[in-house]
Design a binder for this molecule. Sequence first.
Ligand SMILES: [Fe+2]
Ligand SMILES: [Fe+2]
Length: 196
Amino acid sequence: MTRMLRLACATPRRWLDQVEGRLDLLLIDHAHCEKKAAGTAMNLIFHYVEHEDLCRALSEIVREELEHFNLVLDLLKERGVRFKRLPPSSYGGKLNELVAKQEPQRAIDRMLVAALIEARSCERFGLLAERLREREPKLAQFFASLFESEARHHSTYIRFAHVFGSESAVAARLEELAAAEARIIHEGDPEPRMHS
Ligand SMILES: [Fe+2]
Ligand SMILES: [Fe+2]
């Protein structure tokens, strides 16, 4: 699965152990992640308006991420958990530090970082679906239902990175960024989060 998602490492075992006793907190963080994913796609539309196909694909992602956001809010409500502000994990910030400042490299990096975040979320939804199947069947089913669309978002971002760079330049940069992502995942985060 990590191969299909172009990730350089599988999620370490310690992550499921860290989050499985803190599911309500994880869901709050998950809602923030979906909102952030919509925001990222929206920002990219603002920056790359001249690429029509990209903008259309991104607006589809914005719609889907907001739908996911609403679904997580529904789940929180059902569980009697109030949505609230939560300090994010350090994952997104660390990844964004790797993004080049100059175009067109910046565009490639933004697409690839977004692709890696989608991939990691997708991988983790799969792990959660499996781990929670018996104890929290409804939640497990929900995570499983998100798997496919996040995998699609991953592929979309990879595809559009090629608008800004050659096949070989994108492949080389993806390898670098995936290796960096794997290091960040291994550093982890003391707080239980979707990307801790
Ligand atoms: Fe999503
Ligand atoms: Fe997504």
